[in-house]
Design a protein around this ligand. Structure first.
Ligand code: 5AD
Ligand code: SF4
Length: 436
C-alpha cells in the first residue's frame, strides 16, 4: 500500500510529516513520490501566509480528478490550515475524506481505518492536547533529525496566526529530549535541529530551573557532530546562549534570528517587543563572541502603516547586518490576528516594489558573502545527489549553505572536507579534499 505526503510550510510541519510517515508505516503503508499510485494522499498544510493558502486550495482542488478516477483513494488534509479552516475545507472540497488537526497526528492510522468502514467524511480536530511521542517519526535522511523541544507560541506578534493554530507554549521534558537525542546519536544522526516556534522560551512553562541555554548545553554534550536550533526570538536571546554557542564546538555557528522590520514604529505595531537597537546589540554580541557566525533572518514588507522611511530603515539594517540569507515576505493579513484589523494598508504595487528592492539587496549580499567563502576549506555533511546536476553531490555547510562537488556516492551520509572553488548566487561549488 502506498501513501503520498506533501508538506507545506515550516520545519515544524516537516517534522509533523515525519510523524505522519511513521504512523502510516505502522499501518503497512510505504511512502511514494507519485500522487497517481498512492492510495492515501495527505496534504500537511500551512496557514502562515495567504499565498500559501491560496496555492494550497489550488492543490487540493486538483485532487478531485484523482478521486473521481479512483473513489477508493483516501484524501486527507491536516496541519495548520486544516486546524484553522476545517469547515471551509469540508464545504469547498467535499471529496476530502479526512480533515485532521495538528494535535491529531498520532491518530491518523485509526482515522484511515475508520474512513474505510464509513461513508461520510471525517473531521478530527483537537483544540488542545499534545500528542508528541518523540521517537515516533520517520526521517527522510537517516543522518539528520529534527527534535521538537517546545510547541506553540505565547508571543502573539500581531501578524501571526501561529498562536491561534498551534496554541500556547508547551515544553517537552528535558529528560525526554536528552533521551531522544542520545537515541538519535546511537542511530548515527550527525545533524540535529532543536525545534520550536520560539526555542528561547523553552522551560518557562515547566516550573523548573532549566532554560534553553542549559538544555542546549546538555544536548551538545551528547557529542552529536552538529547541533542546531530554530527559531530564536531577538527579545529572548540571552548572553548565556551566546556563550553556550561559543564554548561548544558542535553547536553550529548559525543563528536564525527574525528581524521582521528595521523600523521601531513597525516593530511596535507588530508587537515584536524589541527595538532595532536591541536587535543590533544581540547581533553585536553574537559577532563579537562567535567567530564566523552566520546570521539568517525573516523580513516582512508592507505591514499596515509602513511608510517609505520605515522601509528605508529595513534596507539600512540589512546593509549593516549583512545576513547570510533572508526569507522575505510580503505582508498578508491573517483573519483573527490583531494586524488584520489594522488600517493604513500599503498598496499592492508599493509592497511589490519594496519587496523587489529588498530581495535584490539581499541577493547581492548573499552572493558577496558566498564569495568570501572561496578558497576556504570547510566541513560539509553530504546529503544526496544534487537535484540540479546528478553528476555532483550536495553537502551542507555549518550554516546550511549548499555546496556541490564531484565525488563517488559512497560519501553520502558522511562528513567531508571541501575546498570552496566558486561562489554562485545561492550555493557554492567545491572540491572534495577529505573524508572523516
Ligand atoms: N504575512 C507575511 N509574512 C508572515 N510571516 C508570518 N506571518 C506573516 C504574515 N501574515 C512570516 C514572518 C515569520 C515567517 C515564518 O513568516 O516573517 O517569521
Ligand atoms: Fe508567530 Fe511571533 Fe510566535 Fe514567531 S514569535 S510564531 S512570529 S507569534
Amino acid at each position: 500500500m502506498k501513501a503520498f505526503i506533501r508538506t507545506f510550510g515550516c520545519q515544524m510541519n516537516e517534522y509533523d510529516s515525519e510523524r505522519i510517515a511513521y504512523y502510516l508505516k505502522n499501518e503497512g503503508y510505504s511512502l511514494s513520490e507519485s500522487l497517481d499510485e498512492a492510495e492515501v494522499i495527505i496534504f500537511n498544510t500551512c496557514a502562515v501566509r495567504q499565498k500559501a493558502k491560496n496555492r494550497l486550495y489550488g492543490h487540493i482542488g486538483s485532487l478531485k480528478r484523482l478521486k473521481q478516477k479512483d473513489p477508493g483513494r483516501i484524501i486527507c488534509v491536516g496541519g495548520c490550515t486544516a486546524q484553522n479552516l476545517k469547515d471551509t475545507i469540508q464545504k469547498d472540497f467535499p471529496f476530502v475524506d479526512i480533515v485532521f488537526g495538528t494535535y491529531n497526528i498520532s491518530e491518523i492510522g485509526q482515522l484511515i481505518s475508520k474512513k474505510k468502514r464509513v461513508k461520510q467524511a471525517i473531521c478530527s480536530i483537537k483544540e488542545q492536547g499534545f500528542d508528541y511521542r518523540l521517537e515516533q517519526s520517520e526521517r527522510p535522511l537517516p543522518f539528520k533529525a529534527y527534535l521538537p523541544i517546545i510547541s506553540g507560541c505565547n508571543n502573539f506578534c500581531s501578524y501571526c496566526i501561529v498562536p491561534f493554530v498551534r496554541g500556547r507554549e508547551r515544553s517537552l521534558s528535558a529528560d525526554d529530549i536528552i533521551n531522544e537525542a542520545c537515541r538519535l546519536s546511537r542511530k548515527g544522526v550527525l545533524d540535529i535541529t532543536l525545534l520550536g516556534q520560539n526555542v528561547n522560551s523553552y522551560g518557562n512553562d515547566l516550573g523548573s530551573d532549566i532554560d534553553f541555554s542549559s538544555l542546549l548545553e546538555r544536548v551538545s554534550r551528547i557529542g552529536i557532530e552538529r547541533v542546531r536550533f530554530m527559531t530564536s526570538h531577538p527579545k529572548d536571546f540571552s548572553q548565556r546562549l551566546v556563550r553556550v554557542i561559543r564554548d561548544n564546538d558542535n553547536v553550529v555557528n548559525h543563528i536564525h534570528l527574525p528581524l521582521q522590520s528595521g523600523s521601531d514604529k513597525v516593530l511596535e505595531k507588530m508587537n515584536r517587543k524589541y527595538t532595532l537597537r536591541h536587535y543590533l546589540s544581540v547581533v553585536d554580541a553574537i559577532k563579537s563572541n562567535i567567530c564566523n557566525c552566520s546570521i539568517t533572518t525573516d523580513i516582512i514588507v508592507g505591514f499596515p502603516g509602513e511608510e517609505e522611511e520605515d522601509f528605508e530603515k529595513t534596507l539600512d539594517a540589512v546593509k549593516k547586518i549583512r545576513f547570510s540569507r533572508a526569507f522575505t515576505f510580503i505582508y498578508s493579513p491573517r483573519e483573527g490576528t490583531a494586524a488584520a484589523e489594522m488600517e493604513e494598508l500599503v498598496s499592492p504595487k508599493l509592497k511589490k516594489d519594496w519587496f523587489g528592492k529588498l530581495v535584490s539587496l539581499q541577493n547581492r549580499i548573499t552572493y558577496e558573502e558566498n564569495k568570501k567563502m572561496e578558497g576556504k576549506q570547510l566541513k560539509a555533511l553530504v546529503e544526496c545527489k544534487s537535484p540540479k546536476d546528478d553528476s555532483l553531490l550536495q553537502g551542507r555547510l555549518y550554516d546550511n549553505t549548499i555546496v556541490l562537488f564531484a565525488s563517488p556516492e559512497a560519501v553520502i551520509g558522511k562528513m567531508v572536507d571541501v575546498k570552496v572553488k566558486k561562489a554562485k548566487a545561492f550555493y557554492l561549488i567545491g572540491e572534495l579534499v577529505g573524508i572523516h
